[in-house]
Design a protein around this ligand. Structure first.
Ligand code: AMP
Ligand code: MG
Length: 434
């Protein structure tokens, strides 16, 4: 486990008084280790969890060559680009049952979608492509016993068409999913298609959080002049729950050394990570920073960003500490920009950060080079199909209503300057995250 000082010494351009957003993430990637424990869970419990081992496919999917259409299976070598092909129907292959007759040249088998391809056949003509005839040269006289004959027009089909091949989705013995993958609904379906009921996953991350500040009221307390209701605990609760963490809500901790000490010690004993909000700004006349310093190995930063300049990061005991600023929007922005990727790594996920979208700005945005700015925005689709974005108004770091109205954050990068109408900007979308 590296000390904060040794990580800082290795990081190029490390300046705790003006740390760039990219250096914050670089620092965290050195600090954070994935949790080691894993467990096996049933498929319904696996949604949103991270795989702790590769899953090797026990079978091939599909297990046999089969038909992708309702139609007629035949040997496609008989097709010619110039002449129609006439085939006599000698049987029917239904889904779920193998048809085991012999098919000679000039013959075909009526086949249903998903039915196993009879041996020697490699092509399926969809039923709507053919014309049906009754064989007039047949020996039988009763109409009911006359064999059905189909005619496939020339040039509509190639050999191998409408046949799904054995193992085209997955081959037995090959990894179907890899360690570090997040189990999505599609991944659950894939596992089920292999007959797998239980999955090896990383242990759930336990994250404790509390708010600090004597002016912060818990829900249920009567309003008091100069005091505000705690909103950070609820946004942090939501963000962590969406991420699939086990949450430990420790309430509001008053600005008293004994209370803060007890809270940090309990959190460090129970959780893999601790998230606090408030009390890390410069000139803060409280005990939060002092207690972090006393109990842990912690760096105090001023980040070149807006909103959310102050932040404390380090370890208390075995737990990773994220001391976020107090302002409600700053809490969410620092969580999304730094804490969320760090927690995903702790959860064992190897997924790359989701790509930023490009959208044209519908407004002029004032931006100073030398810091990263995150503006709350609404992305919409223009009539020509391109994306455009507009901010949601007041960008004050305490204004949560403009966060609620936004569907993403416009990311104005460190060295970027003013944006004029029509310029492309990067947007971090919220979908499924907040
Ligand atoms: P601080 O970082 O402690 O200086 O707090 C900055 C601002 O955020 C102050 O206006 C606080 O009242 C406000 N604030 C701090 N914590 C919370 C919280 N848990 N819920 C809502 N507002 C908060
Ligand atoms: Mg405060």
């Amino acid at each position: 486990m590296k000390s904060i000082a040794s990580i800082a010494a290795e990081l190029e351009g490390y300046d705790p008084q003006a740390l760039s957003a990219s250096n914050v993430n670089a620092f965290l990637s050195h600090l954070i280790e994935p949790v080691a424990d894993d467990e096996k869970v049933g498929i319904f419990q696996a949604l949103g969890r991270v795989l702790s081992e590769d899953v090797i496919s026990p079978i091939s999917v599909p297990a046999h060559d089969n038909s992708a259409m309702d139609g007629y299976a035949f040997d496609g070598a008989q097709l010619s680009a110039q002449a129609p092909l006439k085939l006599t129907v000698v049987g029917t292959a239904l889904a779920g049952k193998a048809w085991s007759g012999v098919v000679k040249p000039g013959e075909c088998v009526k086949i249903m979608t998903g039915a196993i391809m009879p041996s020697g056949l490699n092509t399926v003509v969809p039923q709507e492509f053919v014309t049906r005839q009754v064989e007039t040269t047949a020996v039988a006289t009763e109409a009911a016993t006359k064999p059905e004959v189909i005619v496939i027009p020339a040039g509509v089909l190639a050999i191998g068409d409408n046949r799904r091949k054995l193992g085209e989705d997955l081959l037995a013995g090959h990894p179907a999913l890899q360690k570090g993958e997040l189990l999505t609904p599609a991944a659950l379906g894939l596992m089920a298609s292999l007959g797998i009921e239980r999955l090896p996953v990383c242990r759930k991350l336990r994250v404790a959080y509390f708010s600090t500040g004597d002016e912060i009221l818990s829900l249920g307390e009567p309003p008091r002049e100069g005091a505000v209701y705690d909103s950070n605990r609820y946004t942090v609760f939501g963000l962590l729950t969406r991420l699939g963490c086990e949450v430990i809500d420790m309430g509001v901790v008053r600005d008293e050394p004994a209370l803060l000490e007890a809270a940090f010690i309990r959190a460090a004993g129970e959780a893999d990570a601790i998230i606090t909000s408030g009390g890390v700004s410069v000139g803060e006349a409280d005990y939060t920073k002092a207690m972090m310093k006393k109990l842990g190995d912690v760096a105090f930063w001023k980040i070149a960003m807006r909103p959310g300049r102050p932040m404390a990061v380090g370890r208390i005991g075995q737990s990773v500490l994220f001391g976020l600023p107090g302002n409600p929007v700053a809490v969410m922005v620092t969580f999304l920009a730094f804490v969320r990727p760090a927690l995903l790594k702790m959860m064992g996920s190897t997924a790359a950060s989701p790509p930023l979208l490009k959208a044209r700005s519908l407004e002029t945005l004032r931006k100073k080079p030398g810091r990263t700015e995150y503006q709350r925005g609404t992305v919409t689709t223009a009539p020509d199909g391109s994306l455009r974005v507009r901010t949601t108004g007041n960008q004050g770091s305490g204004v949560l209503s403009s966060m609620v109205r936004a569907n993403g954050l416009i990311v104005l990068h460190h060295s970027q300057g003013n944006v004029t109408v029509g310029d492309e900007v990067d947007v971090m979308m919220f979908d499924g995250v907040i």
